[in-house]
Design a protein around this ligand. Structure first.
Ligand SMILES: O=P(O)(O)O[C@H]1O[C@H](CO)[C@@H](O)[C@H]1O
Length: 291
């Protein structure tokens, strides 16, 4: 049952981090993960050094349209960053340990703060396509049945056996992101809410959307939560944003159907605002004081 735990084991991750650090002089403090259709966020980095995932030892390969599969190092103003242009999902067939391995590599590269983005379906009836939701909490559905990135032997070099998740989403970073959003004039489409992760790859049924909405979720997707848990386990601070790319279907009267093309299109449409948000936010992230 735990045979995959080596996929994100300390030795494997250290070897990959060492390889990367030998190829670049950039020592990243901020790690960014681009959601579906949001790969252009990597373009904000200057003096880039990029690696195809296929050339990085032990790294998985991207298989999803809209996830380029490149790890980009670069500077944002004076902040050294590393950016995953493409993430991994359980439905691609990767173990949950492999899906989250890059987050541990971030840690071993020296990253202090992780900024995660995703495309998500809006369950909250007040939400519109194009809204940016600052994630304040999550519901880990796969975790309810034991599909959890920290299952298996715990390696204390990363973190403790039973990490708390009531402080998963850093409140200071949340305030900072909110303030920057308002300052940029995004107040009308800036939200805060709860993200629910499901396994995918099929989109949800109407009954499933109704259920998770009643449970308190404002948005639904197939990623991010596993990465957040692993980042918090090893003490990195987390800010996560969902771009509401489509409205989840909650009524049998509604003929609409979720589809990945719409998800990617909305990502491209809002990319400019997300780029401005990150470009303004990253230089203001406090350094040190990891929890
Ligand atoms: O969460 P990200 O990677 O943004 O991708 C979202 O978009 C895809 C569905 O269109 C799913 O993979 C879902 O999780």
């Amino acid at each position: 049952m735990f045979s995959e735990s080596a996929a994100n084991g300390f030795e494997e991750c250290s070897a990959t981090a060492k390889w990367l650090l030998s190829k670049t002089e950039i020592r990243p403090l901020v790690g960014i993960v681009c959601g579906s259709g949001l790969g252009s966020l990597a373009d904000i980095l200057e003096d880039q050094i990029a690696f195809q995932y296929s050339e990085i030892p032990n790294f998985p390969k991207s298989t999803v349209h809209g996830h380029a599969g490149r790890l980009v190092f670069g500077m944002l103003k004076k902040t050294p960053c590393v950016c995953m242009q493409g993430r991994f999902h359980l439905y691609e067939g990767y173990s949950i340990q492999k899906v989250t391995m890059p987050i541990r590599i971030f840690k071993l590269l020296g990253v202090e703060t992780v900024l995660l983005t995703n495309a998500a379906g809006g369950l909250n009836q007040d939400y519109n396509v194009g809204d940016i939701m600052i994630i304040k909490d999550h519901i880990n559905m796969p975790g309810f049945v034991g599909i959890h990135p920290l299952s298996g032997p715990n390696d204390e070099r990363f973190g403790i056996r039973f990490p708390s998740m009531s402080d998963a989403y850093d409140r200071e970073l949340h305030q900072l992101a909110h303030g920057v959003g308002v300052e940029l004039g995004y107040g009308d489409f800036l939200r805060e809410g709860v993200y629910c992760v499901l396994g995918g790859p099929s989109f949800e049924t109407i009954a499933e959307c109704r259920l998770i909405n009643k449970l308190g979720a404002d948005a639904v997707g197939m990623s991010t939560v596993h990465e957040v848990i692993v980042a918090r386990h090893c003490g990195m601070r987390v800010l996560a944003l969902s771009l509401i790319t489509n409205k989840a279907v909650l009524s049998y009267e509604n003929q609409e159907k979720a589809n990945h093309e719409e998800v990617l299109q909305t990502g491209r449409w809002r990319a400019e605002q997300l780029v401005k948000l990150f470009t303004t936010l990253v230089p203001r992230i406090p350094r040190g004081n990891n929890t």
